[in-house]
Design a protein around this ligand. Sequence first.
Ligand code: ZN
Length: 299
Amino acid sequence: MSSTGLIGAVEAGGTKFVLALATQEGVILARTRLPTNTPAETWPAMQAFFADASAEHGSITAFGVASFGPIDIDPASPAYGTFTTTPKPGWSGARFHDALGQFGAPIMVDTDVNGAAIGEWMAGAGQGCRTLAYTTIGTGVGTGVVQNGRSLMGISHFESGHIVPPRNGARDPFPGICPFHGDCLEGLACGPAIERRWGKSLDQLGAEETGLIAWYIAHLASTLVLLHMPDRLIFGGGVMKAPGLIEAVRRETAIKLGGYVRHPRLDEGLESYIVTPGLGDDAGITGAIELGRQALSAR
Ligand code: ZN
């Protein structure tokens, strides 16, 4: 027998919102996308979608939200679900619980990266993993670590993009573009840093350039292994689509680990250990549906 009550799922990105109404088994009954304008425009459009979809398909019993940030994701915080210091006009101080409260259902809010990590764990390249680390390398860099389907956090969500990798000034004199740190990982290896440094797009990178970016990313990959011992590492995002990059990240990570970590999960060449995402664009909304389920079980 299927469970009663439907899940409202929100994948909130910097340019678009993806909304879905799904069964608790994950079957999507209605789905739409909205541009991310100001809350004054986007909130009413979101409320209207869920009200209409619910009128047609049944009542909403929980919401799961995977959102851009920075956003408060601590369920114990009075500001849970509130955008904090985002430079996006109008969003600082906006709160998902205000926008969705009219439905009277529990709400679980997590970051977009954690949402994608949970989605990959549920139905993508992370299936069967106990601990999974999912990293996106795109306009920014971030990692979600999922353990038994739940994202890990501390006093806030993790910020793996701002660790500082070793430098070789002769090989790479570029100072980096992070406004806080300059040459942190994000400042050196995100898409805008690559374009600023070489003045060309990712698919035009040569082997030396790809190798340099891989060397930086491998610093994060080996650090994730040492700190979390995940069953698998997934690397996605626009930068990872550069030809030859994932292969170079595997090689550089194996070199950095130096044979120290021995476990059957870490296969020779790391081809099944370091992988690309399995769900593509559907990871976020899949994770948001799972967050809705977690909101139900947490109640
Ligand atoms: Zn930084």
